[in-house]
Design a protein around this ligand. Structure first.
Ligand code: SF4
Length: 211
C-alpha cells in the first residue's frame, strides 16, 4: 500500500472518529483568528482561549489593536509567552492590514505572508478556515504524526507541508490537519503514543514497528 492509499484509509477512520474536527481556537471573525493563531505559537489553544476571551472584549477591531499601547498589550497577552514579540507583531500586523489591505484580513497566501508574524502555518489556517481555500497546516501535532506515520522524513514544516500535499486529497487538506490535531491529543501523544489502542496503527510506520 502506498502513502496515498494509506492516507485514504486513515481519512475513512478519521471521518468516523473526528468528523467535526475544527480549529480549537475561539474566534468570531477573521482578525480574531489571525491574532489567536499568532498567540498560539509556543502556547496551548486552551490558554490562548482564556486570554482572548478578555482580550477581544478590550480590543474590538483592527484599529484598536493597531493603536494599542505596546506595554499594555504585552501585559494583556503575557500568559501566552513570547509576549514582547507577539505584541509587536500584532500591532504591526494590524497597522499593515489597515494601510495595505483596507482594514480586511487578506485572502491570498502571498498577501498573508507579508503580514508581520504570519508564517505559512497561520496563512494556511486562515485560508482554510476563513476563506474555504484548502491549506495544509503544519503545527506540532501534524508534524509529529506525519513523521511517525512515515509520510515525511523532514523536520522542516514547509517541506512537510509539501510532502502532505502530495498524498492528501486537496479537498481534505484543511480538515485532515484538524483531524491530526484531534488524534494527536486523543491517542498519538507526544510523549507516549497509545499505539495499542490506535485505530490507524496498520497504516502507521511507527505503530507497525512497535508491534
Ligand atoms: S500507531 Fe501509534 S504512532 Fe501511529 S498514529 Fe497511532 S498512536 Fe500514533
Amino acid at each position: 500500500m502506498d502513502n496515498k492509499q494509506k492516507v485514504a484509509e486513515i481519512i475513512k477512520v478519521f471521518d468516523k472518529l473526528y468528523d467535526d474536527a475544527e480549529c480549537t481556537l475561539k474566534y468570531t471573525d477573521p482578525l480574531q483568528l489571525l491574532i489567536a493563531t499568532q498567540l498560539a505559537a509556543q502556547c496551548t489553544d486552551e490558554r490562548v482561549n482564556i486570554v482572548t476571551e478578555t482580550l477581544f472584549k478590550k480590543y474590538k477591531n483592527v484599529h484598536d489593536f493597531a493603536n494599542a499601547d505596546i506595554a499594555e498589550l504585552e501585559e494583556d497577552i503575557r500568559p501566552t509567552g513570547f509576549f514582547r514579540n507577539k505584541a509587536r507583531n500584532i500591532i504591526n500586523c494590524c497597522k499593515m492590514i489597515i494601510s495595505e489591505f483596507g482594514g480586511e484580513v487578506p485572502n491570498t497566501m502571498e498577501d498573508l505572508l507579508k503580514l508581520p508574524g504570519v508564517g505559512r502555518k497561520t496563512a494556511n489556517l486562515i485560508l482554510g478556515d476563513i476563506f474555504g481555500i484548502p491549506g495544509i497546516v503544519v503545527d506540532t501535532h501534524a508534524k509529529r504524526l506525519s513523521q511517525r506515520m512515515g509520510f515525511t522524513k523532514s523536520d522542516n514544516p514547509e517541506k512537510i507541508e509539501y510532502d502532505l500535499m502530495e498524498i492528501v486529497p486537496k479537498e481534505n487538506w484543511s480538515k485532515f490537519c484538524h483531524q491530526l490535531v484531534y488524534h494527536g491529543r486523543a491517542i498519538c501523544n507526544a510523549r507516549k503514543p497509545k499505539c495499542s489502542e490506535c485505530p490507524i496503527r496498520q497504516y502507521c510506520d511507527y505503530g507497525r514497528n512497535s508491534m
